[in-house]
Design a protein around this ligand. Structure first.
Ligand code: GLA
Ligand code: ZN
Length: 669
């Protein structure tokens, strides 16, 4: 049986009333109601209160909180409190604490620092969750369970090493297979006994900060896979317990970061009943970056997601944490909705009086007042969402472009030693994402396991690691009429990071109709020039020296000893087309290449009139089209003519032709 859906469009966020006397709660709730807040996420960090000593539970306070919110008609997102361990646990069972990349065992403090394979942590966490699920499993006000908090952070302890060896035995069966997979005859690394395998931290095979340089990338990638799975096992453990007592209520854990490198969210998505995401764009982040992250979150399950956390006015933890400007909060929250969020939730509902986050903004600020700018904006958004939320909730985004994002590829690409130190995965993916964002073309951010046939164009930049079978899958997709675009540093290694011999881009050679003989690193102060359609553009990072084997050149290098050789190519393959971009072009240089791919794939933007407004479309289950038109800037911008006469659902009036800074319209015919 399918689990229940969220009962309504949630507006709320993390609420930690245990930090204040119970007499204050009623007043808090009255204030929330003034802002049309209808939901609270509770119990995220209460383990030490719930279980002050091992096996001694005290739910008095949590019962009161649940009662108070229930009586007020709030929908509760119930967290499990397993992300911050109480002091007694560290004292009694030191192995619950993570050993970090430097090999140091942590002591009591902070949060998110448990060892995923510690049987003490597992036992104590599952005991706690059992108590919670038994007690609150049939509470009808709980609309979702929130497991742990922001998983991520690897452990390098002896337990993890032992569990890793077992994981490797399951994966490779024999040491021969393992040695081959990691190519261990380099530097006398050959393993002759399973017990010789050690974790790849700074004391071992790593030589840079975590996630960067390492001697045996195959080993380090496997360790990341193993840790991601070990943490996922913890999630599963909690989820199974909750399902015993609350089988119909959706269970989720909040994903985070830009995206989080340590957790393979595509693997994890299968286990989530609904995706939830914590969004904290920095003040200087381009606005297409959160859009990309929301598209990624939506695509994980091809379903609406929860915006589980965001800040009402400012965070405290970025190097600089400016206020969101007037109107900016509403626009940034609605941007998530525009890309598929079915909730708007804040961290947090009430500002802490102490602790490291006391200067993190909240719905109720230290002043406790409601006549403030920030509160008025929160209330305005609450009224808006009460009005439009019921129509938006459950509506979908239909994209014909899929941009590939793959965690193993992310890992392997960033472990590469050479040929430039500037290999970063996300910025290159964003180069391509931005092309579609600026054209107002809806995009999914897909995994290599997604069904390609639903897309007219698949864009897979720096697809460095091509897993077994993926080359064929791409060939079949293009042969059948699909359009595929890839770039430098693609098709180079297999699943354990060994090179595909026979020339780059390995399994993508046929479909792209080229081969790459060598790659040049662009050094600081030098400029490689690429000529395309009679214009010259700089090539950054890497320049591939390409031989045509059936493909047509679209652009050529204009200087260096390889001047006149192809830099960008197009190949007809079966009924489809494949493009190869041999260097990192900047936005202007990539523009004509993407123009060509978009035209060939017959993809239509949501408006053909160029605009600096962000426009997305969600379609309700009944087929109603909702256009989100967002002015993600402080400047005035004109509504494209196409939307003249549309109705703005936010105001129930005809669309305004001019959007002031940070204005949003949700338009329907
Ligand atoms: C994260 C955490 C929250 C809180 C916020 C602050 O997202 O999940 O507990 O610390 O950051 O921005
Ligand atoms: Zn460990």
């Amino acid at each position: 049986m399918d689990k229940k859906k969220l009962p309504r469009f949630l507006y709320g966020g993390d609420y930690n009333p245990e930090q204040w006397p119970a007499e204050t709660w009623t007043k808090d709730i009255q204030i929330f109601k003034q802002a049309d807040i209808n939901s609270a996420t509770i119990n995220v960090f209460s383990w030490a209160l719930l279980e002050p000593r091992e096996g001694e539970y005290d739910f008095t306070k949590l019962d009161q909180i649940v009662d108070e919110l229930s009586a007020a008609g709030f929908d509760i997102v119930m967290a499990t409190s397993t992300a911050a361990m109480p002091a007694w646990m560290f004292k009694k069972y030191p192995d619950v604490a993570r050993v970090d990349y430097q090999g140091r065992r942590h002591v009591f403090g902070q949060r998110h620092n448990f060892c995923p394979t510690s049987s003490n942590y597992q036992r104590l966490a599952s005991d706690l969750v059992t108590q919670l699920a038994k007690r609150y499993g049939n509470n009808s006000h709980i609309v979702a369970w929130h497991v742990n908090n922001e998983y991520g952070g690897n452990c390098y302890c002896d337990h993890c090493a032992a569990a890793f060896r077992q994981w490797l035995k399951d994966r490779y069966q024999t040491l021969d297979n393992l040695n081959q997979a990691w190519n261990m005859n380099v530097w006398s690394h050959t393993i002759n006994d399973w017990d010789e395998i050690v974790v790849p931290n700074e004391l071992g095979d790593a030589w840079g900060p975590e996630g960067t340089e390492t001697i045996v990338a195959g080993l380090s990638i496997d360790y990341l896979r193993f840790q991601s799975t070990a943490m996922l096992d913890l999630f599963r453990m909690e989820k199974r317990i909750i399902e015993k007592y609350a089988p119909m209520i959706p269970v989720t854990t909040n994903f985070h970061s830009l995206p989080n490198k340590l957790v393979d969210y595509q693997e994890w998505a299968h286990e989530q009943d609904i995706i939830s995401y914590d969004s904290y764009p920095a003040y200087d982040m381009p606005v297409y970056q959160p859009a990309f992250l929301y598209d990624l979150m939506r695509t994980l399950k091809h379903q609406p997601f929860m915006l589980m956390e965001s800040t009402p006015a400012q965070v405290n933890w970025q190097p600089y944490s400016p206020l969101k400007r007037p109107g900016q909060m509403r626009a940034t929250e609605l941007q998530a909705v525009a890309h598929g969020a079915d909730t708007v939730q804040f961290f947090q509902l009430k500002q802490a009086l102490g602790g490291s986050e006391k200067f993190h903004s909240a719905v109720i600020a230290h002043s406790g007042r409601t006549d403030t700018r920030a509160f008025k904006e929160v209330a305005q958004l609450g009224h808006d969402l009460k009005h439009v939320g019921p129509v938006i909730k459950g509506s979908d985004v239909h994209a014909k472009v899929g941009i590939v994002f793959d965690w193993s590829n992310f890992w392997s690409f960033e472990y590469v030693d050479g040929i430039t130190k500037e290999l970063q995965y996300v910025p290159i993916i964003l180069d391509y994402y931005r092309q579609f964002y600026d054209r107002n073309i809806p995009t999914d951010v897909i995994s290599v396991d997604d069904d390609f046939s639903q897309y007219d164009l698949i864009v897979a930049p720096v697809l460095y690691m091509v897993k077994l079978g993926l080359g064929k899958k791409i060939e079949q997709y293009v042969a059948a009429g699909g359009h595929f675009l890839t770039s430098f540093m693609s098709g180079m290694v297999g699943p354990s990071d060994n090179i595909y011999p026979g020339g780059y881009p390995g399994p993508l050679k046929d479909v792209t109709g080229i081969w790459v003989e060598e790659s040049d690193a662009v050094v600081p102060g030098h400029q490689t020039k690429i000529s395309l359609d009679g214009q010259e553009y700089p090539g950054h990072l890497i320049c591939d020296l390409i031989h045509l084997e059936g493909a047509q050149p679209l652009a050529e290098y204009a200087n260096e000893f390889y001047a006149g050789t192809p830099a960008v190519t197009e190949n007809k393959y079966g009924r489809g087309l494949a493009w190869y971009v041999g260097s990192r072009l900047d936005h202007d240089g990539l523009w004509p290449v993407i123009d060509r791919a978009v035209a060939a794939s017959k993809i239509k933007p949501l408006t053909s009139q160029p605009t600096k407004l962000e426009i997305t479309k969600r379609v309700t289950p009944g087929g109603q089209e909702l256009y989100f038109v967002l002015n993600m800037s402080n400047d005035q911008r004109e509504l494209p003519l196409k939307f003249r006469g549309y109705r703005d659902m936010l105001t129930d009036r005809v669309a305004q032709p001019t959007l002031e800074g940070w204005d949003v319209e949700i338009l329907t015919r």
